[in-house]
Design a protein around this ligand. Structure first.
Ligand code: HEC
Ligand code: HEC
Ligand code: HEC
Ligand code: HEC
Ligand code: HEC
Length: 363
């Protein structure tokens, strides 16, 4: 036998052996409940009995992780030609690769389901369920094993700590108070069983940066007019991360939050570009500050570098950052204060989402 043939034969044997093991494992699952065991090779098998969970998940970004046009874009995964993008966007079960700081493995089947049921709920030959199991769970076809770790941030970490979201949470007052990812991202819901009885559940929508209501809970915007020692005045706008349990904007990728202040004259028109020597800002009487984690491409985008600098300006949980703009009360009557959330740093102001937009008189 040639060397290649020997390797091939060995590989074939391994495959056969592996197949037999799988077969044995699946057969073994039946012993746990009277019902036929659930097919743990595909998430679609969960749908028949958990349609409500399925519908929430299908509307979530977890379900779009492999089909999201932003991820498929040529400059991004390039239709996943960049294979290093596969692990978190089409993951194998994290209970098998390991929670916390462990690396996620890519899945080879049904990648289009993205972060699917099995990614979070399969541990080899069994289904992982909440620690306090619902009545009837033990004898259900899926026989979920009560597991404390399912509710812990360590479940999210293999995928969400790439850009330190879980570390940020750990360092925040929320962690100390026992407020976890689930409290803010998996709202309690009531599930109805086929017989009409109910049990508590948790929404699988996982709202985040694409959801306006979640964004509006993240921050508080306040303003005050300050008199300086030389008699001049300035408007100070403060943005507080009052509702996100980690840096705001949370960011595994490219998010930006722009604070834009536009000074308005008595006639309501924006103050013209600086010509009087009084610096109101950079563009037509506006001043800006960007909150973000510096992006990888920024090294190539000189404009952003010049404008926003290299440092990380995300707002830490509980922290307040501000922007002050001097103004001349004889010219300026009011100011428009906008806080604009952008899914990518290159979005224009009008493409972003205004989480705050108010025009306030300045007296
Ligand atoms: C043949 C029906 C059936 C299938 C298929 C099924 N389950 Fe279940 N599952 C149940 C029933 C019944 C319960 C008990 C709770 C209830 O009555 O809603 C349950 C409970 C659970 C629980 C625990 C609920 C709790 O609060 O304790 C989890 C988690 C779960 N299933 C996940 C899955 C996953 C993941 C799949 C797919 C791999 C799956 N199930 C497939 C019927 C099913
Ligand atoms: C370690 C896990 C991990 C890897 C590897 C990974 N991602 Fe992600 N990606 C995530 C998570 C988690 C999110 C969502 C969380 C967030 O945006 O804060 C995300 C979100 C994104 C988004 C934003 C999607 C949207 O709708 O706004 C893009 C784009 C993206 N990833 C591209 C990539 C590309 C390109 C690669 C490969 C170079 C990659 N990712 C590799 C975990 C990962
Ligand atoms: C196996 C990997 C993986 C695990 C585990 C995981 N996620 Fe995600 N999550 C992702 C990816 C990938 C995305 C981005 C999908 C996209 O937009 O393309 C994402 C997106 C999100 C979003 C953003 C939605 C938006 O609007 O952009 C939130 C919120 C989120 N996940 C929360 C969680 C929480 C909380 C946990 C733990 C309970 C968790 N995830 C576990 C991979 C994972
Ligand atoms: C990103 C990870 C993640 C994904 C994806 C996911 N789940 Fe869950 N699931 C959880 C967590 C976390 C809990 C809550 C655990 C707790 O409360 O202890 C949960 C709870 C449940 C429960 C019990 C509570 C309820 O609302 O009924 C069921 C049933 C369930 N999941 C089924 C599914 C099914 C079916 C899918 C696929 C359509 C799915 N899950 C996808 C993480 C996930
Ligand atoms: C106190 C509530 C709270 C807690 C706790 C919390 N979050 Fe968030 N999270 C938010 C809010 C509000 C936003 C929207 C603002 C933002 O993007 O920062 C958000 C946004 C996100 C996003 C969206 C990112 C995107 O790009 O769309 C992800 C992912 C996320 N959180 C993951 C987590 C994980 C993982 C944990 C636990 C380690 C967690 N969150 C804990 C409130 C919370």
């Amino acid at each position: 036998m040639s060397r290649t043939a020997r390797v091939l034969a060995a590989a074939a044997l391994l495959l056969l052996f592996g197949g037999a093991l799988l077969f044995l494992q699946e057969g073994g699952g039946g012993a746990r409940g009277a019902a036929a065991p659930v097919d743990l090779t595909t998430s679609t098998s969960c749908r028949a009995c958990h349609q409500d969970v399925w519908d929430e998940w299908a509307a979530s970004w977890h379900a779009q992780a492999y089909t999201d046009p932003l991820v498929l874009a040529p400059a991004q995964s390039d239709n996943f030609r960049k294979e290093e993008c596969l692990p978190c966007h089409a993951p194998a079960p994290v209970f098998e690769s390991g929670l916390g700081k462990q690396r996620v493995f890519e899945r080879v089947t049904e990648r289009e389901l993205g972060v699917d049921c099995l990614s979070c709920h399969r541990a080899h030959d069994r289904v992982v369920g909440p620690a306090s199991a619902a009545a009837g769970a033990a004898t259900a076809a899926c026989a979920p094993e009560p597991t404390l770790a399912l509710a812990s941030p360590a479940l999210c970490a293999p995928c969400h700590n790439q850009h330190t979201t879980v570390d940020e949470w750990e360092a925040s007052s929320y962690a100390k108070a026992g407020v976890t990812c689930l409290d803010c991202h998996m709202q309690p819901v009531t599930r109805t069983r086929p017989d009409g009885s109910t049990r508590p559940g948790r929404s699988h929508l996982f709202p985040g940066g694409h959801d306006l209501a979640t964004l509006q809970r993240a921050g508080t915007v306040e303003h005050a007019v300050e008199s300086l020692p030389d008699g001049s005045r300035q408007l100070r706008v403060q943005v507080t991360n009052s509702g996100a349990g980690h840096n705001y904007p949370a960011d595994a990728r490219h998010r930006a939050l722009d604070l834009v202040i536009t000074l308005l004259q008595h006639d309501g028109i924006a103050v013209p570009p600086r010509d009087s020597g009084r610096g109101y800002g950079r563009e037509r009487g506006t001043a800006r500050r960007r909150f973000r984690n510096p992006y990888r491409e920024e090294t190539e985008r000189l404009t952003n570098l010049e404008r926003y600098g290299r440092e990380n300006t995300q707002i830490i949980a509980g922290e307040t950052l501000s922007l002050a703009v001097p103004f001349d009360p004889a010219v300026v009557a009011s100011a428009r204060i906008e806080l604009i959330y952008k899914l990518t740093p290159i979005q224009l102001d009008d493409e972003g989402v205004r989480v705050h937009d108010a025009t306030v008189p300045l007296r």
